[in-house]
Design a protein around this ligand. Structure first.
Ligand code: SAM
Ligand code: SF4
Length: 325
């Protein structure tokens, strides 16, 4: 197994979108109370005093929608200044990014991933439950103008919903250094509307794109488990994240910290998680917290996708937005 050096930090479980692949539809979500969220100081202290001394140097802020947190920019600013930090990135739905892109960049953020599942405002509304395609598009333009590099666009491909747009979405990488990543849809905590949709193998998507534009191998910074290609002469790249067709658990280098301070060793398996916030609030010193994390890391390989073959989505008691996808 790879060394684990990458932590995804959920800043907040709340989201203003209702993406059908991520949440159980428009029903009321039970959000965490504000006082159980890790505070800015707690996040910074965990990163600086617990994770970095254990060799973690790559961090991603996610959610829920991380920009809904009032102190998101302050957290970026604190983290980006830490000695030894190699990489800090953020994943956002971009609905308020047009207003915040400059401040995030000035706070030290250089890498951003934006969810964009459709170029069609109606399909976008069908997927996200919100009529906000134009806000998101403006957010993407603002992030590009400010200079985020790499700027990645995440597309979850849902059969019969947005799969016909794959070639058009891939074409976004041609004229601008936009890195489009196609993600196989995972059946975790999603809406019943999407539960029978299934998923499309990345290999099939690649074949379609290759037939239209050609494809060559490429690379991009922070590509994680994605297989990277480029349309010949394109400025950006295409990534394919194939966790359904090609399990990459053996190469997993990441763990996740939920907004309420639970550390999860595996996206698809709830065993082994530990409550770091409780330990922190009891006043445990950093070396004791590090010991708990070290223990969890030693069990991570065993925990990986343990339930994958016999599992169903009903086993996942949290949605992607709650886990911090
Ligand atoms: N709200 C932010 C956003 O949408 O970019 C950040 C959180 S969201 C949970 C992070 C990523 O998880 C998004 O890029 C989304 O596409 C992906 N995601 C959510 N549910 C998924 C699912 N069921 N299968 C695959 N990817 C999923
Ligand atoms: Fe919200 Fe992101 Fe989940 Fe969509 S994918 S519901 S924007 S957390």
């Amino acid at each position: 197994m790879k060394d684990v050096n990458y932590l995804r930090i959920s800043l907040i479980d709340r989201c203003n979108f209702r993406c059908q692949y991520c949440m159980p539809g428009d029903e009321e979500m039970a959000w965490l109370d504000r006082d159980v969220l890790l505070t800015r100081a707690e996040i910074v202290s965990l990163v600086r005093d617990v994770f970095m001394p254990l060799g973690f140097n790559r961090f991603r802020l996610t959610g829920g929608e991380p920009l809904l947190r009032q102190d998101a920019i302050a957290i970026v600013s604190d983290l980006s200044r830490l000695d030894g930090l190699v990489d800090l990135a953020l994943t956002t739905n971009a609905f308020i990014l047009a207003d915040k892109a400059r401040a995030l960049y000035d706070a030290g953020l250089r890498r951003i991933n934006i969810s964009l599942d459709s170029l069609n405002a109606d399909t976008f509304r069908q997927i996200t439950g919100r009529d906000l395609w134009h806000n998101v598009w403006a957010g993407i333009q603002a992030a590009y103008d400010v200079g985020f590099d790499p700027l990645k666009l995440n597309v979850v491909v849902i059969p019969g919903v947005n799969d016909r747009e794959v070639e058009a979405l891939a074409a976004l990488s041609i004229d601008r250094a936009w890195h489009v990543r196609f993600i196989e849809f995972m059946p975790i905590g999603n809406s019943t509307l999407f539960s029978d949709k299934g998923w499309i193998d990345s290999a099939d998507l690649r074949q379609r794109i290759r037939a239209k534009y050609g494809l060559e191998s490429a690379s991009v910074r922070g590509s994680g488990p994605a297989d990277i290609f480029r349309i010949p002469q394109a400025k950006g790249t295409l990534g394919f994240i194939s966790q359904m067709s090609d399990c990459f658990c053996d190469n997993c280098n990441r763990i996740r910290l939920s907004a309420d301070g639970w550390l999860r060793p595996c996206l698809l398996n709830e065993s082994g998680q530990i409550d770091l916030k409780a330990s922190l609030r009891k006043g445990y010193p950093p070396d004791r917290l590090r010991e708990r994390v070290r223990q969890l890391l030693s069990e991570k390989a065993e925990i990986h996708f343990k339930d994958r073959d016999r599992g169903t989505r009903d086993r996942y008691s949290r949605t992607m937005s709650q886990i911090g996808g």
